[in-house]
Design a protein around this ligand. Structure first.
Ligand SMILES: [Fe+2]
Ligand SMILES: [Fe+2]
Length: 352
């Protein structure tokens, strides 16, 4: 069985109760918590499932396979050029339409590779732990059941991403570049390295909560971009519909989880949250440079293109926008009441 190295051993019902009691005891002894012990113990958590109609709504249950049609003759492209700013840079425009076409196709491949890997390697590890009762917390039974549904959704999202990639490769003859997911994972998990071992499993869950509550520009905007070929828009639209339900689930999961942590635990983990948001959303500069390197641009020109297309001021403004629902979720649940956490968010530029 694929075992997350951060994952605690499968706990029995009794062990889970003991674990929860220990967490609550730590909360009670904490002096810098924002919520009193009584408040935590008595706070009623009500789970409202958004996945009750999953059988009739989920892509994996009834959605059609999206088939690519040849729409290039109609002037359509394989990915939104509005979301690929470097194809408009003068140094790239100068290379001509064939080079721009290849860059747009590589942009799509990169997005599909990322999705295929992230769903299985990151989200489904958390979904599995929740579904199998391996988080150490006593979740409502319907949440465990919904996590099973999400596990199926994400497996299908991974599959349909690769299915589409292969269709595009066959239609265009553009060979994909090697994809390095480990590089992304190393950046994402770097902040967790210093977290005490007992909090690493919770840090992994928070990574997924962050990612699943962000509203990605691609999911949000690309399906509406009429410039893009239909199959790509349809696949991403199918994905966005499923992700709206996941967003609700993981928001509830955070609302359940966060108040159960002690003030000290929240303070330690809260410091990681801005990093998780930024590393989940920041443009993948290495991959962009790898794509640009298939053109005749010189290395210093590639650096120039990336620097000029992604000034930090506009990157962080986009990130704030994309993460606005996640930031509201954190605020609503008191995450910013902890001063070091608030300072870390402010220093990151994600809040004022
Ligand atoms: Fe997904
Ligand atoms: Fe998801």
């Amino acid at each position: 069985m694929n075992q997350d190295p951060d994952q605690p051993a499968n706990l029995s019902a009794g062990q889970k109760q003991e674990h929860l009691a220990a967490l609550l005891k730590e909360s009670a002894s904490s002096t810098n918590g924002d919520h009193s012990q009584e408040e935590i113990m008595t706070r009623a958590f009500v789970y409202r499932s958004r996945l009750r109609d999953w059988d009739s709504l989920a892509s994996v249950r009834g959605g059609p396979r999206r088939l690519l049609e040849d729409e290039e003759a109609k002037g359509k492209v394989y990915f939104s050029t509005r979301l690929t700013p470097y194809v408009h840079h003068p140094l790239v425009v100068r290379l001509g339409p064939e080079a721009q076409r290849a860059l747009v196709i590589h942009r799509l491949y990169h997005y599909l590779d990322f999705t295929a890997n992230f769903e299985i390697e990151v989200v489904n590890r958390a979904a599995q732990r929740i579904a199998m009762g391996m988080t150490g917390f006593d979740l409502p039974a319907e949440m465990a059941s919904d996590a099973y549904k999400i596990y199926c959704d994400e497996g299908y999202h991974s599959f349909f991403s690769i299915d589409l990639k292969l269709q595009v490769q066959a239609a265009t003859g553009v060979t994909p570049l090697p994809y390095n997911f480990d590089r992304f994972l190393r950046r994402l998990y770097k902040a967790s390295e210093k977290v005490p071992a007992n909090l690493k499993p919770i840090a992994s869950l928070l990574t997924v909560i962050v990612f699943e509550t962000l509203i990605s520009l691609i999911l949000n905007k690309l399906p509406k971009d009429q410039q893009v070929v239909s199959a790509v828009r349809q696949v991403i639209s199918d994905h966005a519909d499923d992700e709206a339900r996941h967003h609700a689930f993981f928001s509830s999961f955070f609302e359940f989880l966060w108040p159960q942590l002690s003030g000290r635990q929240r303070s330690t983990l809260g410091l990681l949250l801005p990093h998780f948001i930024i590393k989940s959303l920041e443009p993948d500069y290495d991959s962009i440079k790898q794509c640009l390197a298939v053109t005749t641009l010189k290395p210093e020109e590639i650096d120039q293109v990336v620097e000029e297309c992604y000034p930090w001021k506009s990157v962080i403004a986009d990130l704030r926008n994309t993460a606005s629902a996640t930031l509201r979720l954190f605020k609503r649940n008191g995450a910013f009441d902890d001063l070091p956490t608030y300072d870390a968010f402010q220093a990151s530029g994600l809040i004022d």
